[in-house]
Structures are given as structure tokens and as C-alpha cells.
Design a protein around this ligand. Structure first.
Ligand code: NAP
Length: 251
């Protein structure tokens, strides 16, 4: 059977995987949600926009004769990942997730763990602070209940509309970021606290290392729970899996 992959993307890891797949001559499509105005160029043909829930994804898999699904979405893209597990099970299409290992606190880190965005909002119920809020555009509104804090926001696209955070500064930058640059950014804005999702990977880790270097606390939003699925952090493992798709990696 000639593989015809569906890669659920929207991450640097997905883009890198698509380059490897294209270089290996493996065909397929990468799917983007359409949240970013100017997505990075992709090495596989791309489609953009939601599928329409589990049923829509099943229809897409059938209509396009998809042979394998690789979920390389962000670890916080929970809905898409849950839909992929449910749709692949029902359609009988093998699925693997390519994810980033979560960051682990090390010496010098001052992390307070919270389970989700709501937990981060609750933890900010304290006197005024200068906060770097690195949670993505979609979740900013939840923090409007604490208008007394200064918020440093870093966004991929120039914002069209922002929630009511009266004391804020927006930096538009899609990275890549480095420790020196993020240390300077935190210093320049006299940040007291960094709020971050535990995204894992290299791309977003500079702010965490910068907080460590400056002795700043981090409110770390832990990974959401996902259903059982085959999962790897290694793109090479995905290529091997394609050689015998459906085998349980036991990870
Ligand atoms: P989400 O909450 O899990 O997904 C909500 C809905 O958006 C899904 O049910 C699906 O719509 C659609 N969708 C999500 N990812 C899609 C994809 N790759 N292709 C087609 N449709 C997709 O997702 P999210 O957290 O908003 O993330 C959206 C995208 O941004 C993902 O591709 C993710 O990799 C990327 N991203 C997310 C974060 C983050 O922190 N969440 C950070 C960086 C990048 P239907 O139900 O209609 O199919």
C-alpha cells in the first residue's frame, strides 16, 4: 500500500517532520488549524481549517484515502488530539503522536505547578505584579479578571483585538528565541513572574531558561491529559513506524 499521510501540524516539529517525509518521498498532506495569518512554509501540500469534529475527520480520512495519521500538534491542542484518537479508532486508520518531551524543573528553577489555565488565573489572585504571560492569544481573556497586573504578551501575529488587560505591552515575534534575548526582554520589562504552558521542546524554552538565570518564579501550566495512544518524541521513530504501521510502540 502506498502511504498517504495526514499530518496534524501547527508546530515546528510537524514542519520538520514534513521535511523528512518529503525528503524520503513519502506522500501526504499537512493540516493546519488556520489560527496564524502567515503560517511557515510546509514541505508537504497543506490544507487549512477544522474538519468538523470527529465525524468530519472520519469523513476526511475516508474521502482522501488517508492511510496513516500523525498527530504532531502542540501538546495543548487537546481537542484536536482527542478527535484524532476517536476518529482513527472508528475509521481503522493507524495513528501515532509525535510530541515534545515536557520540560522538567532543574537546579535554580522556581516553578509553581498549576493544572490548567484556570489554575494559573487563580494563582494570580495576588497584589500587582509584572507578568510575562506566555499562554497564546486564545487564552488571554481569562486573565482579564486580574486587571491590576502588568502583562507582557508575545504574539505571533499583530493582534486585531485584545481582551481588556489595561496595563500591557505586546511584542510581535514568532521566534526563534534565545536565552540572551529573552533575559534582556524580562529585564527590560522588569518582569516578576513568567506564566507558561509546559510546551516542551527547544523553541519556547528560552524564556524558562531566562527566568532561571534571573532567579524569577515561573507559573508552569502542566500538560493536559490525553487518551491512550502510540506516542514518540523521535521523528525517526515515526518513519520506522510507517514501515510497520499500527504496531504498538508501547510508549
Ligand atoms: P484545539 O483546541 O485542540 O482544537 C480546536 C479545533 O481546531 C479542533 O477541534 C479542530 O477543529 C481545529 N484544529 C486544531 N488543530 C488543527 C489542525 N492541525 N488541523 C485542522 N484543524 C485543527 O487546538 P488549538 O489549541 O486551538 O491549536 C490549534 C493549532 O495551533 C494546532 O494545530 C496546534 O498544533 C497549534 N498550536 C497550538 C498551541 C497551543 O498552545 N494550544 C501552541 C502552538 C501551536 P474541528 O473539530 O472542526 O476539526
Amino acid at each position: 500500500m502506498v502511504p498517504n499521510l495526514l499530518v496534524l501540524g501547527g508546530t515546528t516539529e510537524a514542519a520538520a517532520l514534513c521535511r523528512e517525509l518529503a525528503a524520503a518521498g513519502i506522500g501526504g498532506t499537512v493540516s493546519l488549524a488556520g489560527r496564524v495569518a502567515r503560517p511557515a512554509p510546509q514541505a508537504l501540500p497543506q490544507r487549512v481549517g477544522g474538519f468538523g469534529g470527529v465525524d468530519g475527520l472520519i469523513a476526511h480520512l475516508r474521502d482522501n484515502c488517508v492511510t496513516h495519521v500523525i498527530d504532531a500538534t502542540h501538546p495543548f491542542a487537546v481537542q484536536m488530539s482527542r478527535n484524532a484518537v476517536a476518529a482513527c479508532a472508528r475509521a481503522g486508520v493507524p495513528l501515532i503522536a509525535l510530541t515534545r518531551a515536557p520540560w522538567e524543573a532543574g537546579p535554580g528553577d522556581r516553578w509553581q505547578h498549576v493544572p490548567d489555565i484556570a489554575g494559573a488565573v487563580d494563582a494570580l489572585d495576588r497584589p500587582a505584579l509584572r507578568v510575562m504571560l506566555a499562554v497564546g492569544r486564545m487564552h488571554l481573556a481569562a486573565f482579564a479578571v486580574h486587571p491590576r497586573h502588568f502583562y507582557l504578551l508575545r504574539l505571533v501575529d499583530p493582534p486585531e483585538a485584545l481582551p481588556d488587560l489595561p496595563d500591557r505591552h505586546v511584542v510581535v515575534d514568532r521566534g526563534p528565541f534565545d536565552i540572551a534575548g529573552d533575559t534582556a526582554l524580562l529585564r527590560r520589562h522588569r518582569i516578576d513572574l513568567v506564566v507558561s504552558k509546559n510546551a516542551g521542546g527547544e523553541g519556547a524554552s528560552a524564556k524558562i531558561a531566562a527566568a532561571r538565570a534571573l532567579g524569577l518564579p515561573v507559573l508552569m501550566i502542566d500538560r493536559p491529559a490525553l487518551p491512550q495512544r502510540s506516542e514518540t518524541h523521535d521523528p525517526g521513530e515515526v518513519l520506522r513506524w510507517l514501515g510497520h504501521a499500527g504496531a504498538d510502540l508501547g510508549v
